[in-house]
Design a protein around this ligand. Structure first.
Ligand code: APR
Length: 227
């Protein structure tokens, strides 16, 4: 029986693939008013601005490749039952070959009905324009969990973390709930590692900090977990 290894990732793991994080210097929220482009109110107020924001990010995704950190996590599957809970909406974990990936905040390569978020279609890297319709005739929208919306995958994420033997947190400032609260759902005897080049305040004691960027940090993690 393989030990259960759950990995919570944020935008920092995709930084070395050239995708921007949110709250770092030069991050997305420095250049965009987050509530205009990533909230349900922003969608109601000016949907074209929201569509353009995600069309730009989907276009950038087309130029990004999984980096050695994404690929390193796949190597851990030889020894552990690896499950990835990601806040990221890119598909770099899947393209690196990870077999179990749960997206808490949606996926850039999918769209849904603006009437029923569970009517989802794959759009790859295509743009969504105002006037594009879902099957139910409503305006097509990005399959993204915006601020002000529920996080349907949270229940499953809590289930995964509450059974983890090891939890690894990579590239997230732990600013956004409920995702950030997952650390509290790890069992008391769960080993916790955190990979980030910057300081990330965590309430939990006994967290093994690897103060590095994701590519170097995952290399060190593999040394610790595979050798
Ligand atoms: N390697 C690892 N971590 C990195 C790197 C790197 N090369 N570069 C930056 N980081 C770290 C930063 O130090 C920071 O802790 O990644 C983290 C990025 O934090 P945020 O920009 O807040 O991104 P994230 O935590 O993923 O945001 C969570 O907020 O706006 C919402 O929905 C959005 O999913 C997103 C959520």
């Amino acid at each position: 029986m393989k030990q259960k290894l759950v990995i919570l990732t944020g935008s920092g793991i995709s930084a070395e693939s050239g995708l921007k994080t949110f709250r770092d210097a030069g991050g997305l929220w420095e250049n965009y008013p987050v509530m205009d482009v990533a909230s349900i109110e922003g969608w109601y107020r000016n949907p074209q601005v929201v569509l353009r924001f995600y069309n730009e990010r989907r276009q950038q995704l087309g130029t990004a490749e999984p980096n050695e950190a994404h690929k390193g996590l796949v190597k851990l599957e030889s020894r552990y039952e690896v499950r990835i809970v990601t806040q990221n909406v890119d598909n770099l974990h899947e393209r690196a070959g990870s077999s179990q990936v749960l997206h808490l905040h949606g996926e850039l390569t999918k769209a849904c009905s603006s009437r029923d978020k569970f009517h989802v279609t794959d759009i790859g890297l295509n743009a969504i324009e105002w006037g594009d319709k879902a099957a139910d005739g409503s305006q097509l929208r990005p399959f993204i969990v915006w601020f002000g919306e529920a996080v349907p995958a949270m229940e499953e994420a809590i289930e995964w973390v509450s059974q983890a033997d090891i939890l690894v947190v990579i590239g997230t400032s732990l600013n956004v709930y409920p995702a950030a609260g997952l650390l509290n759902d790890a069992p008391n005897n769960c080993r916790i590692y955190l990979i980030d080049p910057n300081e990330v305040p965590v309430q939990r004691r006994g967290v093994h900090i690897i103060r590095k960027k994701a590519v170097e940090g995952v290399k060190e993690l593999i040394e610790l977990l595979l050798n």
